[in-house]
Design a protein around this ligand. Structure first.
Ligand SMILES: NC(=O)c1ccc[n+]([C@@H]2O[C@H](COP(=O)([O-])OP(=O)(O)OC[C@H]3O[C@@H](n4cnc5c(N)ncnc54)[C@H](O)[C@@H]3O)[C@@H](O)[C@H]2O)c1
Length: 236
């Protein structure tokens, strides 16, 4: 479970632990996952914290091997780590473009590549956290939207590649969810955005965990290659 230190990742990690999973809580720094690990262990013993930059291919390979050895296998991979570096395209630096693609898209690929074999053995599940912006686009987020559209395309491709081994690969495309990531948006822009959401409110991390629960639980057994939009109607 990447990006498990806070926000959506933490909510999904805790939900998985409530369902009996030993959760490997991954974030940039292992110590940032201390609270998530404690909350997971309160539900199911065996959660552990790991630190890695998801864009580092070799380090991700090493981490996935360690997780398998230390937690006794691998049944579920959730790619949730993500960043934004918003800017209108003409002002966006090459570094802002590259870094967002490296973390959001390549990070997701790194983990799927490293975890595919063990997941094929366990007929496991993969869940990628994309964004509704990957479907609709958004001014000021060309890098982020491209990364999330890439995640959606990769999800569909991997679903086709791994279906024969019983692995379901899906994505969730959240809309505007209350986390540290969206706390950066200024109040005026946030109010305008809220006004454009048909359900009239910002979503919660727990509501994304509800969708993850469905896709990763028994209800998701015959669902693959899909992107479940959870956005209060924002993309309608
Ligand atoms: N909050 C929203 O409104 C929203 C909407 C759509 C999609 N999303 C997506 O949901 C996911 C989680 O978002 P959030 O709002 O909880 O974000 P957040 O900023 O609260 O948390 C991001 C997590 O990713 C981890 N992370 C970031 N860069 C990393 C790296 N290089 N290596 C390892 N870990 C790294 C952080 O440590 C943290 O745990 C992201 O992929 C985001 O794009 C969020």
């Amino acid at each position: 479970m990447t990006g498990a230190s806070r926000g959506i990742g933490r909510a999904i990690a805790e939900r998985l632990a409530q369902r009996g999973a030993k959760v490997a809580c991954v974030a940039t720094r292992a110590e940032n996952c201390a609270d998530t690990v404690a909350a997971c262990n309160a539900a199911t013993d065996g959660a552990a914290a790991y630190g890695v930059d998801v864009s580092d291919h070799a380090a991700v390979n090493e981490l996935v091997k360690n997780v398998q050895a230390e937690l006794g296998g691998l049944d579920i991979l959730v790619n949730n780590a993500g960043i934004t570096r918003d800017q209108l395209m003409l002002r966006m630096s090459e570094d802002d473009f590259d870094r967002v693609i490296d973390v959001n898209l390549k990070g997701c690929w790194n983990f799927m590549r490293a975890a595919a074999r063990p997941l094929m053995k366990s007929s496991g599940r993969i869940l990628n956290i994309a964004s509704v912006v990957g479907i609709t686009g958004n001014a000021g987020q060309a890098n982020y939207a491209a990364s999330k559209a890439g995640v959606i395309g990769m999800t569909r491709s991997l679903a086709k590649e791994l279906a024969g081994r019983g692995v379901c690969v899906n994505a969730i495309a959240p809309g505007f969810i209350e986390t540290d990531m969206t706390a950066e948006i200024d109040a005026q822009a946030a109010d305008a955005l809220k006004g454009s959401i048909p359900l009239g409110r910002i979503g919660t991390a727990a509501e994304i965990a509800d969708a993850a629960d469905y896709l990763l639980g028994p209800g998701g057994a015959y669902v693959t290659g899909q992107t479940l939009v959870v956005d209060g109607g924002l993309s309608l």
